[in-house]
Design a binder for this molecule. Structure first.
Ligand SMILES: [Zn+2]
Length: 242
């Protein structure tokens, strides 16, 4: 393995070359979850041709490194201290922890801040407050969205029951009895992503599998679903970390 670097704008991006005997004509660039860059290259390639090939894709590399670092920082930085980012309905808010010994603990959105009033300042307490706040918001918002969707989707005759279930890598599901299950973390996602998950689960009330008729139904009722789904897939780690 050899360490090199490319320049993109004012960024210096280091990368590591890994000779790969299975490769013959071209390199492959990987950006790892921690933002490090690994280049698989045919062993016969010299440094300068590898460098030229990586430099040519500097814009792509820079974009992916940026995304990975943002995600990595998020995933690591849940400490429930003032200044930390809080996601809600696709928007970023800043957590503000206020120590108080008078009032009961409370959480509220104020401008671009999520203010948590707590007696102890203890991480677990603050985490518990934020978590409870998310659940209340999730219950209200999802109930409203399920009711609205049920109204406009012709195969639904009555609003199905739903409940919140914490899941690490799944946004929702629909039981054979017709109960919709949603992940409370979904309340952090942009509105069109929530719309997609609600529609997806409600579509299962008509088609239980993911066959072509199922996707046709999704297409008809949310033509932009692919963008929403891609966004959710990209955000899964960021949104489900606590
Ligand atoms: Zn499904």
């Amino acid at each position: 393995m050899t360490s090199q670097k490319i320049i993109y704008g004012d960024q210096v991006i280091p990368y590591t070359i890994k000779p790969d005997p299975k490769r013959h004509s071209r390199i492959a660039i990987h950006v790892e979850p921690d933002g490090s860059v690994v280049v698989d290259a045919p062993p016969e390639f010299d440094l300068s041709s590898i460098h030229t090939a990586v430099q040519k894709r500097a814009r792509w590399v820079s974009g992916h490194v940026g995304e990975a670092l943002t995600r990595f920082a998020h995933v690591r930085s849940r400490e429930y201290v003032s200044g930390e980012q809080i996601m809600y309905l696709g928007r970023r808010y800043v957590l503000k922890v206020i120590l108080t010994d008078q009032k009961p603990q409370s959480v509220r959105l104020k401008g671009n801040r999520l203010e948590v009033e707590t007696k102890s300042g203890d991480t677990d307490d603050i985490k518990g407050c934020v978590r409870a706040w998310y659940r209340v918001k999730a219950r209200d918002y999802f109930a409203k969205k399920i009711a609205e969707a049920s109204d406009r989707l012709p195969w639904i005759t009555e609003v199905p029951p739903f409940r919140l279930v914490d899941m690490s890598r799944q946004w929702g599901s629909c039981s054979p009895e017709g109960q919709v299950i949603l992940n409370p973390h979904l309340i952090k996602a942009p509105r069109d992503c929530i719309e997609y998950v609600v529609l997806h689960e409600l579509a299962h009330l008509k088609h239980h599998d993911h066959g072509s008729e199922f996707w046709q139904l999704i297409d008809t009722h949310q033509p932009t679903w692919k963008k929403a789904k891609a966004e959710l897939d990209a955000l899964v780690e960021v949104l489900t970390v606590e």
